[in-house]
Design a protein around this ligand. Structure first.
Ligand SMILES: Cc1cc2nc3c(=O)[nH]c(=O)nc-3n(C[C@H](O)[C@H](O)[C@H](O)COP(=O)(O)OP(=O)(O)OC[C@H]3O[C@@H](n4cnc5c(N)ncnc54)[C@H](O)[C@@H]3O)c2cc1C
Length: 497
């Protein structure tokens, strides 16, 4: 059991996105007498990449009472409305599909009957991209400006949800400013060791400035992984058999077009893919690749060929995709990169961290700070299931038809995680159901990718079968069939087909 009712000090190691979001959350939920302290090393600094959020970034900022306008101004943020996947099928210039942030309240997405989304199934059957169900998509297709996007988003019928692209250094600085103003103690020091008691609970943090006692520790130390990783040498769940990418070369570049794109670009390359994240002033970019298929030097040559100019690469980042099996152990919770990481396809890292933090908060509130081992076990189990959902969804992206390099040929031979193999089998027969995805959201956790996302990626890749998506419409009542035909005729008229 863990009793935090009399806790006097909670310490966060790390001043990156994970550390400051944790500190702000703890400051919000803890009694004012509890000290919340962030210790970070200015010499180590933050990783400085990770510039694309998901929809839960907005809900988390709202929840913490951080004004979105202020966040946007202070962090150089630009609209992010989804992802464009370029070259993942036949590598031609026209090969592009979108995974947009759908507004599930829009009629096309909200209409669910007998477990299916009839309108979406019809579009898949007609091989019409699902983003066409979003009234606002025309602004994205036309590469509209930020102002045009703002105007489109103000119309509740646009069918699109939003998040942001942002400068991660400015995010950390801004969150620090807000947290310190709200009473979080900020200590700049180097953590050298963790002092544990006989239960393996961390009692104090040894820094280069002396000991800091603590009742609970959040380890948000990034890739240093100080607590659960280095001190406790906890079990790592590797995804390397399913996801081949293990290196990233980040760099900055100017905007290729006059207006920043409104989506993150994921451009398929010969041994992985390149992200391009458009901020207001620049593009944050990087090549994520497989070190078994390409050297760093070869990767830089390929980047320069694709972007058409020399680049100044930042430090190459090595990683093994996966996460720690038990992110909560005793009085330590590990969050952000310290807890796990997979390639940034779909930009899941900050989104995963925010859901983990949200659920941690629920456990503390629900238990009134008196937490049983079963509560902790359930939390860790749900976190593993959540990561399984990320792994499986990313794995589906690689069920694409590219075979032109050894990397893409090896991708075609990759094994499937059992849970994904099961879903893939049914997607060949029908569209995804909520019940297929429940396995990824245990104990009240929220799914990261719901049925609409699985369709938006699965349909263009052919994993969701278009002919069988039509089959499931036959069983619908006559009134629904009429409604579908009306929708289809309206769509054809609008497209002048
Ligand atoms: C290539 C790449 C691309 C990514 N793209 C995305 C994306 O598009 N979207 C997304 O959501 N996420 C992305 N991420 C992940 C994202 O960068 C992180 O989730 C996010 O920045 C949070 O990082 P963090 O706070 O966990 O770690 P960091 O930002 O690295 O912070 C770690 C902190 O710990 C401190 N620290 C470390 N050791 C010590 C010590 N001994 N003593 C004191 N302090 C210490 C550091 O000084 C720092 O303050 C990407 C990551 C990579 C590697």
């Amino acid at each position: 059991m863990l009793n935090l009712r009399d806790a006097k000090r909670i310490t966060v190691i790390g001043g990156g996105t994970a550390g400051w979001f944790s500190a702000l959350t703890l400051r919000k939920i803890c009694d004012a007498r509890v000290e919340v302290r962030v210790i970070e090393s200015p010499t180590i600094g933050i990783i400085g990449v990770g510039e694309g959020g998901l929809v839960n970034l907005i809900t988390s900022l709202n929840d913490l009472g951080i004004p979105i306008d202020e966040f946007v101004k202070e962090t150089g943020a630009a609209y992010k409305l989804g992802f464009a996947y370029e070259g993942w099928r036949d590598a031609s210039a026209a090969d592009k599909y979108f995974h947009m942030f759908a507004d599930v309240r829009a009629p096309a997405f909200a209409w669910a009957d007998y477990g299916i989304h009839p309108y979406l199934s019809m579009l898949v059957h007609q091989q019409i991209p699902l983003e066409h169900a979003m009234a606002g998509f025309s602004v994205i297709a036309a590469q509209g400006s930020q102002a045009q996007a703002a105007q489109m988003l103000a119309d509740p019928a646009n069918g699109i949800s939003l998040s942001y692209h942002f400068d991660s250094h400015r995010v950390a600085k801004y969150l620090e400013k807000v947290a310190v103003a709200r009473g979080v103690v900020h200590q700049q020091a180097l953590v050298e060791d963790l002092i544990v008691d006989e239960r393996n609970h961390v009692r104090a943090i040894q820094t280069n400035e002396g000991l800091v006692e603590t009742d609970f520790l959040i380890d948000a130390s990034g890739m240093a992984r100080l607590a659960i990783g280095k001190k406790f040498k906890s079990e790592w769940r590797s995804f390397k058999d399913y996801l081949l990418l293990d290196r990233a070369i980040p760099f900055h570049m100017p905007h290729p077009k006059e207006q920043p794109y409104l989506v993150t670009r994921a451009i398929a390359m010969s041994a992985g893919w390149m992200w391009q994240i458009p901020l207001i002033e620049r593009v944050g970019a990087g090549y994520v690749f497989s070190s078994k298929h390409m050297t760093e030097a070869q990767a830089i040559v390929e980047i320069e060929k694709v972007v058409g100019h020399p680049i100044a690469p930042q430090k190459t980042i090595s990683f093994e995709p996966g996460h720690f099996k038990e992110v909560w152990q005793g009085n330590v919770m590990t969050l952000g990169l310290a807890s796990g990481f997979v390639e940034p396809l779909e930009a899941t890292s900050i989104g995963q961290m925010l859901e983990q933090l949200r659920q941690f908060r629920f456990v503390l509130a629900d238990t009134n700070g008196v937490v049983s081992q079963k509560n902790i076990d359930n939390f860790n189990q749900a976190n593993c299931a959540f990561w399984d959902g990320i792994r499986d969804f990313l794995r589906m992206h690689y069920d694409c038809p590219r075979r032109d390099t050894r990397f893409w040929q090896d991708v075609a031979q990759l094994p499937l995680p059992e849970s994904y193999a099961q879903i893939k089998q049914v997607l060949a027969e029908r569209t995804p159901r909520e019940s297929d995805l429940k396995t990824y959201a245990l104990h009240g956790w929220q799914q990261m990718f719901g049925t609409i996302s699985w369709m938006m990626v699965g349909a263009p890749l052919g994993v969701v079968s278009s002919s069988n998506a039509g089959q499931e419409l036959f069983g619908l009542p006559q009134s629904a069939q009429v409604q579908l035909m009306t929708y289809l005729n309206q769509y054809r008229a609008a497209q002048q087909l």
